[in-house]
Design a protein around this ligand. Structure first.
Ligand code: F6P
Length: 342
């Protein structure tokens, strides 16, 4: 068999470990031919690819980013400025010309959506979920999340000492445009006092009251973790961290500073957990292909590596539930989520 691998959407640590996991298993265990498609779905449209062999797959396990490059190309989305008329037809033609039996699509929600549309068009695909946001429906966790969590946690740990020295409120903005997983986990892992996530509507008066209460109890400083995708109470050009920090200082009179963690969260080497998950996902994808089981997304459910029909995702996102055990545990310890529930 001959297979193609691509990575699409925002990068994250662990993509190369996945490419290696798919590629090495395909070559060593199943005797397949493997090519890498450059720059996500753009590479399928432009016929831009490289041959992957055991040598080119060596030494990439620990490497951040993706050796294949990535893009946010959405071939099924019609754009008036598109020079290419029918991208899906072009992709199919190129896949057939290359003689690919399957395309492995590594990516987050957007990537899985495109892969499902390819499957509906009669192209053999396997999806592998990756994102630091951890919001892909159908899998308990995506690789990239643990690495980003480790980085965000260390960053917040570092804010504690400077916050303490200056007796300040520190607001830190963590990635997550729709889901609050990273903020919730990093906030809880680093002892955040307030955690604001897109899934829980917050009231800044409640946040301010919590911070004043802490100050009145003699706590010299506070840490506020804000997800980048929180719904702010009014239209503003300010970042969520800046907006929240300004408001807190205004309402409480406590000296407040903000930090935006940004792309640092997506860079660098994957954690051991992510390397293992990525390697297992990759190996499982190769196995599915060898069994002619296409149109699936690889997943981990209850600790087991498995897969589900990729069409089942159907635009759904995996979001934080208000009753998630970690939210409940936070509330039980006095962490403020900005709402009235304690
Ligand atoms: O990878 C997901 C994510 O980190 C989101 O949380 C964030 O909004 C987005 O990527 C930003 O990425 P880019 O600027 O590359 O589109």
């Amino acid at each position: 068999m001959k297979i193609g691998i691509l990575s699409a959407g925002g990068d994250c640590p662990g993509i190369n470990a996945t490419i290696r996991g798919v590629g090495k298993t395909a070559i060593v265990e199943y005797g397949m031919e493997v090519i890498g498609i450059n720059n996500g779905y753009s590479g399928l449209i432009n016929n831009d690819f490289v041959t992957l062999d055991e040598q080119s797959l060596s030494g990439i396990l620990t490497l951040g980013g993706t050796i294949l490059g990535t893009s946010r190309e959405k071939p099924y989305k019609k754009s008036e400025t598109d020079a290419v008329e029918d991208k899906p037809a072009l992709m199919k033609k190129n896949i057939e010309a290359l003689g690919l039996d399957c395309v492995v699509c590594i990516g987050g929600n957007g990537t899985q959506k495109t892969a499902a549309l390819m499957a509906a068009q009669g192209i053999n695909v396997i999806g592998i979920p990756k994102t630091i946001d951890n919001d892909v429906w159908g899998t308990d966790v995506t690789f990239g999340f643990d690495s980003a969590l480790t980085i965000a946690t260390e960053a917040i740990d570092r804010l504690h000492t400077t916050a303490n020295s200056h007796k300040r409120v520190m607001v830190i903005e963590v990635m997550g445009h729709t889901a609050g997983w990273l903020s919730l986990y990093a906030g809880m892992a680093s002892g955040g006092d307030v955690i604001l996530i897109p899934e829980i509507e917050f009231d800044l008066e409640i946040v301010a009251a919590t911070l004043l209460d802490r100050a009145n109890k003699g706590k010299p400083y506070s840490i506020v973790v804000v997800a980048e995708g929180v719904k702010l109470p009014e239209e503003t050009k300010k970042s969520p961290a800046r907006y929240v920090a300004k408001k807190i200082q205004k309402i409480t009179g406590l000296e407040t500073r903000e930090t935006i963690l940004g792309y640092i969260q997506r860079g660098g080497s994957p954690t051991a957990f992510d390397r293992i998950l990525a390697t297992q996902f990759g190996g499982y994808a190769a196995k599915l292909i060898s069994e002619n089981k296409f149109g699936q997304m690889v997943a981990i459910q209850g600790g087991e590596i498995t897969s589900l029909p990729i069409g089942e995702i159907n635009g759904r996102l995996r979001l934080v539930d208000n009753m998630h055990p970690l939210v409940l545990q936070g509330r039980r310890m006095g962490v403020c989520f900005g709402d009235k529930i304690r």
